[in-house]
Design a protein around this ligand. Structure first.
Ligand SMILES: [Zn+2]
Length: 361
């Protein structure tokens, strides 16, 4: 259970970072009643015209598939209801102030198909999600309150937003003074030097190039001048990477890598960020590490550490080398191979960089 809690704590900021809205702290929950019926239909009754958001997350090594719905307003008493059949448990929580979250967590090995999930508004205060992935009556009805209390006909539809579809909006990244900063982004390896090769031939060079391109684009949209040490699959030696940054005297240098464990151990996963010296380098590493962890739930925090890598040692400016996960690790590799995760990591790195500039000025 401890693990579940820490997982949630770390995972939450992603969602709320991406959908931050200011809510009155004192408002009571918009969720009035719910019922998950044995025919697989989850029904919700809310305040009128409530604003709901639903999310899905695929199982990982530690947890089964889950989806959750967020409502405005706070619950008085967060609680967990033990499930049955394929449903492990249902939790009603207060992930942050002003929000109520209803989580349906499935037992390990029971997976749901997120593409078949739709959150449908059937009335101005009633909602429905059908879980089609289980045989009928494979679990007993669970409920709290009466979902079918008064309603007026007022159809409304809202698609289920799965985590994989979640907007990663530039507007959600912090703003800094435009046309002031310059950054060099260094996608590790390249071309014949594929870097680490992991599960199913997953290549470090491909992953880090994709992430680096997105980081570059995001920072440029925030008014930062960005240069990449390579923008295609070519092998670039280490010294020209350093020389580029030193020549243009960028404010910072960020090298992006993916890790591999000796012996390709699948149970070794995690995020780590290195700096070589100085408080600014350390601060930059801390900001980036923190953000990558938020989008990599369950992946261990291997910490911010000093490292003597050539590219961060020889550059004249605050410089970091981020290892965004293990291509040899089961958990990390499964994520790194997905475009959406690489986008999330890119957003995380961009956010870390922007936070750093905000702080350093
Ligand atoms: Zn590398």
């Amino acid at each position: 259970m401890g693990k579940v809690n820490s997982y949630f704590t770390r995972f939450l900021p992603l969602i709320f970072l991406l959908n931050s809205t200011c809510l009155p702290v004192s408002s009571s929950s918009a969720l009035a009643a719910w019922s998950l019926k044995s025919n697989g239909v989850l029904e919700l009754r809310t305040k009128k015209n409530a604003y709901l958001k639903a999310y899905y997350q695929k199982a990982n090594q530690l947890y089964g598939d889950r989806f959750w719905v967020d409502f405005k307003g706070e619950l008085l008493n967060p609680r967990t209801i033990k499930g049955n059949g394929p449903v492990k448990e249902i939790r009603l929580g207060k992930p942050i102030s002003g929000i109520t979250r209803l989580v349906i967590e499935f037992a390990p090995q029971k997976s749901i198909n997120p593409y078949q999930l739709k959150l449908i508004g059937v009335d101005e205060n009633k909602w429905k999600i059908k879980l089609t992935s289980f045989p009928l009556n494979s679990f007993r009805t669970m409920k709290e309150g009466n979902v079918s209390k008064t309603s007026v006909s007022f159809p409304k539809k809202q698609e289920l937003r799965s985590l994989r579809d979640i907007d990663l909006r530039i507007a959600d990244l912090p703003n800094i003074k435009r046309n002031k900063y310059s950054v060099v982004i260094d996608p590790g390896h390249g071309g014949p030097d594929s870097g680490a090769v992991g599960i199913d031939g997953l290549k470090e060079t491909d992953i880090v190039l994709d992430v680096s391109k997105i980081v570059t684009k995001l920072l440029q949209e925030k008014g930062i001048s960005v240069k990449m040490t390579r923008n295609k699959e070519v092998d670039v030696d280490l010294s020209p990477r350093v020389a580029l940054a030193n020549k243009i005297n960028s404010d910072i240098f960020v090298s992006i890598h993916a890790n591999a464990s000796r012996g390709k151990k699948r149970n070794i996963n995690g995020i780590e960020t290195f700096y070589y010296s100085g408080w600014k380098g350390r601060l930059l590493a801390e900001k980036i590490q923190k953000e990558i962890l938020k989008v990599s739930p369950g992946s261990p925090d291997r910490g911010v550490r000093r490292g003597r890598y050539f590219v961060i040692k020889k550059t004249n400016m605050p410089a970091v080398l981020a290892e965004i996960g293990f291509v040899t690790g089961r958990l990390d590799a499964r994520r790194l191979e997905k475009k959406i995760h690489r986008r999330r990591v890119a957003f995380a790195i961009a956010k870390g960089i922007l936070e750093y500039f905000k702080r350093v000025g």
